[in-house]
Design a protein around this ligand. Structure first.
Ligand SMILES: [Zn+2]
Length: 307
């Protein structure tokens, strides 16, 4: 196992801390994790995937003599949920809360993924780095009963006080079929999972139009900062910039403009949010998503949209 990431946990506001997720070469990502101090212990939003990420959260909580009472998972992707396995072992009595889409993914989608990954491992030419990534995910998926939520979060925005920390929560759709958002009332911190990703939106399990509608509603919430699923914390103005760029990107995908032209506009719209070094990678990824989702024939384009 790699060294713990304990030293990377940083304070965002009074009673609010962030462990930034990492995305390294030849490794699958960890999402950002947020810790909140409640009257009766800690609330965690997203548990990461790798042991050095989740382990750091556990170590940090123990060093403060605080149990993690509740984990809220924004969605079912393993970079936000996989850490629940380690967490349950380390924090007896932990309650996991998530949308119904997480329960469904555990029951229906994950068994199929296990089969897919086993088939991949059986391929003789599989490279070592990919094999390592598949092994990590397979180990988590084989323990998927521990990834299922203990309690479901209802869709309509409502108040919740896990471990005595007053939150407003709700479930949107667009990225994964059920995307939980969490607004910490005291600090104005809005945690939105993968509604914001860079260098481009990740459309793999997405419904592009629902995503746009969800971003518009999220923009109405009374927040002062946004913690995306990956990448740096945003102020309100930066979030609005992303929302506008997202809408223009989806519009561009529906026009006759080339991928290169849409990628240039996306980069211009994001400005400093998209570092120069990421632009070429962004264009390549947009090319992939235009082909497989945004400009695919309708059944494929809308395969993650409600009927
Ligand atoms: Zn993610």
């Amino acid at each position: 196992m790699r060294p713990s990431r304990l030293a990377d946990i940083q304070a965002l506001a009074d009673g609010v801390w962030l462990l930034p997720g990492r995305f390294e070469r030849d490794r699958q990502p960890d999402g950002n994790s947020v810790l909140l101090q409640g009257r009766e212990g800690l609330v965690l939003i997203d548990s990461g995937r790798h042991a050095e990420h989740t382990g750091a959260l556990v170590e940090w909580a123990r060093s403060r003599g605080q149990p993690i009472r509740v984990v809220l998972n924004t969605h079912w992707h393993l970079d936000h949920l996989g850490g629940n396995v380690l967490l349950r072992g380390a924090m007896p009595g932990l309650r996991a809360m998530a949308s119904a889409a997480v329960r469904e993914a555990v029951a229906v989608r994950m068994p199929r993924t296990v089969e897919d990954l086993r088939r991949m491992l059986a391929e003789p030419g599989l490279d070592v780095a990919t094999r390592r990534m598949v092994d990590i995910d397979l180990a988590l998926l084989q323990q998927r009963a521990q990834l299922a939520p203990d309690e479901l979060v209802a869709d309509a925005p409502h108040d919740l006080s896990p471990a005595g920390r007053p939150l407003r929560v709700g479930v949107e759709r667009g990225v994964s079929g059920g995307d939980l958002w969490v607004l910490d009332r005291a600090s104005g911190t809005l945690v939105i999972g993968d509604f914001v990703t860079l260098p481009v939106p990740f459309f793999d399990t997405a419904c592009a139009e629902l995503w746009r509608e969800a971003l518009a509603r999220l923009g109405e919430l009374p927040f002062t900062r946004v913690v995306p699923g990956h990448g740096p914390v945003m102020d309100a103005e930066t979030f609005r910039r992303y929302v506008r760029a997202y809408g223009r990107l989806v519009d561009c995908s529906a026009s006759q403009d080339s991928v290169a032209a849409c990628a240039t506009r996306w980069a211009e719209d994001l400005g400093p949010l998209l570092p120069e070094a990421s632009r070429r990678g962004a264009e390549a990824m947009l090319g992939h998503y235009f082909e497989t989702v945004l400009r695919a024939p309708p059944p494929q384009r809308r395969r993650h949209c409600p009927a």
